[in-house]
Design a protein around this ligand. Structure first.
Ligand code: PDD
Length: 277
């Protein structure tokens, strides 16, 4: 498999990193996960736009333009002769330098990207998944797609240990998002989700969900819902590049409605499939 390192393409076994690397030592970097369907990327422009927003937020200088990144990623797919469903993982860090907290001066960013096969989660998308709730202990800038994922890692691990697919983060009684996806509640025909503030990642699929809702004439309200509201929700679902539009049928062992994916979730899933095809 071919990896993109800075602007050149090399076999992934050839990519090495010094141990004094800002991403490794400080989590001083950002990343993107981009969906690939049948060898073609989905929402590429949106992901590259967000990469540049994250870079600006942490004052990281990316050594190329948005157009150049997109061209390199398309070339990466082609070099790998990618034809299956998968993802591109891309990360950019503040480079390699002797360890000291402040910025290391004139050091180039380290950027790499690779592709990985990832089939669609057909069974879960059809039947829905169970989730748990966890306290959102993250910092105030969750809109940055930062490499600092320890709270997300711990939350997802807790979910798995409880036989669940995801963990919903709650802060002061309200649901922000999930450990690696956005979350939505449907009540009386309206979709509710946390506003796109600094408290959540502004998901690329979330942006699409809002457009799909508008297309389907379903009211979409950016208003946070409480953990308590979940108990009498009509539907609940997640969105992300890897989970698509994922029905949630159980939260902390409480069944949502009749325990089956709801009709608005189903309409959004169908619209997603048309959009991504
Ligand atoms: N996660 N919220 C968080 C905390 C996320 O990590 C993600 C994505 C999302 C959804 O964003 P998008 O729709 O752009 O994929 C929301 C990726 C998939 C990951 O970390 O693997």
């Amino acid at each position: 498999p071919i990896t993109l390192s800075q602007t050149s393409f090399i076999h992934r076994d050839k990519l090495t990193y010094p141990f004094e690397e800002r991403g490794l030592q400080f989590g001083d970097g950002i990343y993107e996960v981009i969906r690939i369907y049948a060898g073609t990327s989905y929402l590429l422009t949106e992901h590259v736009d967000r990469l540049f927003r994250s870079a600006e937020a942490i004052r990281l200088n990316l050594p190329f333009s948005k157009q150049k990144v997109m061209n390199l990623l398309i070339e990466l797919l082609s070099q790998n002769k990618m034809t299956s469903d998968g993802i591109i993982y891309l990360q950019a860090t503040r480079g390699s330098a002797p360890r000291t907290h402040a910025f290391p001066g004139d050091v180039p960013a380290n950027v790499y990207a690779y592709v990985q096969d990832m089939p669609r989660k057909t069974e879960q998308l059809t039947n829905g998944v169970s989730v748990i709730t966890q306290r959102d202990t993250r910092w105030e800038n969750c809109y940055i797609k930062s490499l600092n994922l320890l709270p997300n890692v711990l939350a997802k691990q807790a979910a798995q240990e409880n036989g669940c697919y995801e963990a919903l983060f709650q802060k002061d009684g309200i649901v922000t998002e999930a450990s690696s996806s956005n979350v939505y509640l449907v009540k009386d025909g309206t979709i509710y989700t946390h506003p796109a503030t600094r408290a959540i990642l502004h998901g690329c699929v979330r942006m699409r969900v809002e457009e799909f809702a508008s297309y389907l004439a379903i009211p979409f309200v950016e208003k946070a819902f409480a953990t308590d509201d979940i108990l009498d929700a009509d539907e609940l679902f997640l969105s992300s590049s890897t989970s698509e539009i994922m029905p949630v049928i159980m939260v902390d062992e409480n069944q949502i409605n009749d325990g089956k994916p709801g009709s608005i979730t189903r309409q959004l899933q169908a619209t997603y499939e048309q959009d991504a095809a």
